[in-house]
Structure formats: structure tokens, C-alpha cells
Design a protein. Structure first.
Length: 95
């Protein structure tokens, strides 16, 4: 299990697993999130591509803005198909 800083307020464990592909594509909602995407690739120990995507288009991993999240906050969703990091802002993506 990964350690998260800041600690999440809630963790919901579910069944299944997300298997990292050999080459990971990280979709981002704008170029200012590029450093966060590179950090994600580094933390996961993967090489891959970073591309700008609209919401609704899914890659192996994605960083998307979500205005319902409080400033500096994040929501991490991991399914069998992909990893989604929803953030309020750049600070949330840096967490």
C-alpha cells in the first residue's frame, strides 16, 4: 500500500486490482499539470506519455480538475481499468 501525504479522509477498499501497463499514458487537463503527471510516472516507476485530454476520454491514468473538491484536495480512484486523480488545483495534484 502506498503512503499518501496528506492522509486521505476516507479510504474505501474494494476487490480487484489495477495492473500497470508496460507503457503508461497519463491524460492531463492542461499543460500546467505536466509536472504532476511526470511525478506520477516516477512514483509508479514507469515510462510513458503525457497527453492533454478532455474529460470523458480515458487513458491508463488521468489527472482531471474537479471543482467540487476543496482547494488543495484530491480524490484518487483506482479501478481494474485505470487510475484517476481528481484535483481541485495544482496543489492537490502535487499531493
Amino acid at each position: 500500500m502506498l503512503d499518501f501525504i496528506p492522509q486521505p479522509k476516507k479510504v474505501a477498499a474494494k476487490t480487484g486490482a489495477f495492473e500497470l501497463p508496460k507503457k503508461l499514458t497519463v491524460g492531463i487537463c492542461g499543460w500546467r499539470f505536466h509536472p504532476a503527471a511526470n511525478e506520477l510516472l516516477s512514483v509508479l516507476g514507469k515510462k510513458g506519455d503525457v497527453v492533454i485530454r478532455d474529460k470523458g476520454l480515458t487513458d491508463s491514468a488521468a489527472i482531471q480538475r474537479n471543482d467540487s473538491i476543496k482547494p488543495e484536495g484530491y480524490r484518487l480512484k483506482i479501478t481494474g481499468a485505470h487510475l484517476l486523480l481528481e484535483v481541485a488545483d495544482l496543489a492537490g495534484a502535487a499531493n
